[in-house]
Design a protein around this ligand. Structure first.
Ligand code: NAD
Length: 527
């Protein structure tokens, strides 16, 4: 069946035409509906996440559902404030003015295209931003998580009006059809390859895009890394193995100072076995280790490990013999010294494979990391006791985010905008940043219309003689007038009235009309 995108977008355009989406009430209603959906249908989502990705309950709650709940809570608390117009300063030569900036909805409904790895969180977090910003939106979830996609398709119509939020299921064909249309914003999360396809399609309809892409995130264990290697490994591997390594900001590979390699490998093995109840890479029935999304994805990872084995990489833990692609199981696998031309050192791994590369000096690590990363990575993780060393690495290896002695906590810091740079993405979201991403800053200026405020017609033609020179001088040197508070404005206006009454300007202007203008200015400013 061909997708009729016009029919999908029509009720959303109608919402916009009527202006419902401009109001705080409409936005809060959508956020309440979203909250109700994820709380009332929480079990459906948890079940679907288990089916599609083998995620255990608590991981599903904290790494997906709770993030959405917290985002809704934040939007509901702050939205009224964020929506308020903000006064800005203006050149004194046009005093008195009211200059305001207000964040308004984007030009059209938005499109959200989400990936498979956090299929609930990464679908609904941008949807909160879109609806909170006053934009009806269409969600196209990943076809690789069919159970989650079906839950969305079934639940969204129960909680949302078609003029606010709709779901379109499908893969390449459906996304291609959706991309033929103009959107206020296309929020895409996925691979660099598909990101390029989305960006090209968006160019044809002149739709703005946010691209949240992937990459190879370096992790460095320095010579002076914190003493407790057990804690280092819990943080690093807790991050790497979350969702079986299928996380965009997961540490992709580890550069480990040669003096720390043995202690790192030893602590890494005991950490893996403790976290996931594994015995030499074998999973027991109660293990919480998640699945790889599809058999094909598992096969790709198995081949990656096999290649490393055949090219002389030392398997410290796991290995291809333990892979079971029909069960979508790839064991956490530590590969020491993989061949630098192997797939695991060239492509984003996106699985539980941990290449470890020993180094002797910081500069050697930096040079080698630059040879591996194709562009600017989403993150850089440095385990070091020294702030200076961390800053040195930060100055030499650009990244969209960085952490010292931690990994993948980007999403839990509400004031961190989340997004990539260069090949790892374009634009960002989360919290206030989401609101900014999904709105346009509309400017508005009001200048009372009275001859007194023309200042001798200085700005108009003809610019002959000293008048022209005075104009240029004023433009260059006149300071900006700050955004006044209402109290300051009342004081200022009173002063003007006082001067007018004293007759300083009464010969030049009609006092009654001046008072009228000032009164209207005051009314406007105190709104
Ligand atoms: P993907 O690019 O294969 O798919 C993402 C979406 O694009 C899906 O909805 C899919 O249906 C659609 N799609 C696939 N092929 C398409 C095509 N030819 N034309 C139009 N649409 C198409 O990504 P994925 O495999 O689902 O997710 C993994 C990737 O996403 C990794 O690279 C990962 O790093 C990245 N990612 C990034 C972030 C981030 O926030 N930066 C978060 C999660 C995942």
């Amino acid at each position: 069946m061909t997708l009729n995108v016009d029919d999908i977008l029509a009720p959303m355009k109608e919402t916009r035409r009527k202006g419902d989406n401009l109001t705080l009430e409409w936005r809060l209603r959508q956020l309440d509906a979203m909250h109700l959906m994820i709380t009332e249908k929480r079990e459906d989502f948890i079940h679907a996440l288990h089916k599609d990705l083998g995620k255990e309950r608590t991981e599903s709650i904290y790494s997906e559902i709770l993030l959405v709940e917290l985002e809704i809570k934040r939007f509901k608390k702050e939205l009224r404030q964020w929506m308020k117009p903000k006064r800005v300063s203006y050149p004194g030569a046009i005093f008195p003015c009211v200059c305001e900036v207000q964040s308004v909805p984007l030009s059209d409904p938005c499109l959200i295209i989400s990936p498979f790895n956090y299929p609930v969180g990464i679908s609904l977090l941008p949807a909160v931003g879109s609806l909170g910003g006053g934009n009806p939106c269409v969600l196209k979830p990943s076809e690789l998580c069919p159970t989650v996609s079906k839950v969305f398709a079934k639940m969204v119509p129960l909680y949302f009006d078609k003029g606010a939020f709709q779901v379109v299921e499908g893969g390449v064909d459906e996304t291609t059809a959706l991309l033929q249309h103009h959107y206020g914003l296309i929020h895409f999360t996925g691979s660099e390859r598909v990101g390029r396809i989305v960006q090209s399609a968006a160019a044809k309809t002149l739709s703005p895009t946010v691209l949240e892409l992937g990459g190879k995130t370096p992790t460095i264990i320095t010579e002076d890394c914190p003493d407790d290697m057990n804690v280092v490994c819990h943080r690093l591997l807790g991050g790497k193995l979350l969702n079986a390594g299928q996380t965009c900001v997961a540490p992709d590979f580890v550069f480990c100072h040669r003096s720390k390699v043995d202690s790192f490998c030893k602590a890494a093995i005991s950490t893996i076995e403790e976290l996931f109840e594994l015995k030499e890479g074998e999973k027991n029935k109660t293990s919480e280790f998640p699945s790889i999304v599809t058999e094909n994805h598992a096969e790709r990872l198995e081949n990656m490990i096999k290649e490393a084995e055949s090219k002389g990489g030392e398997i410290v833990y796991g290995g291809s013999k333990l892979c079971n692609k029909s069960c979508r199981y790839i064991p956490p696998t530590i590969v020491l010294n993989p061949d630098k031309d192997s797939v695991m050192m060239k492509e984003e791994i996106f699985g539980p494979v941990i290449p470890v590369i020993p180094f002797d000096t910081d500069d050697e690590a930096i040079t080698n990391i630059h040879e591996i990363i194709p562009g600017i990575p989403l993150a850089l993780y440095v385990f070091s006791k020294s702030k200076e060393r961390y800053e040195y690495f930060m100055s030499k290896i650009p990244s969209a985010s960085a952490m010292r002695n931690e990994a993948i906590l980007q999403f839990v810091i509400p004031d961190f905008p989340f997004g990539g740079l260069g090949l790892s993405g374009l634009g960002s979201y989360q919290g206030k940043q989401s609101f900014d991403t999904f709105t346009h800053e509309r400017t508005s200026l009001y200048h009372p219309c009275h001859a007194l405020f023309e200042y001798g017609n200085l700005r108009y033609h003809p610019h002959t003689g000293t008048k022209g020179k005075a104009l240029i001088f004023l433009i260059k040197n006149m300071p900006c007038v700050p955004s006044f508070t209402n109290k300051q404005l009342v004081l200022l206006s009173s002063l003007i009235i006082f001067l007018a009454v004293r007759g300083i300007s009464s010969s030049l202007v009609d006092l009654a009309s001046l008072l009228e203008v000032i009164a209207s200015l005051l009314r406007d400013m105190s709104k």
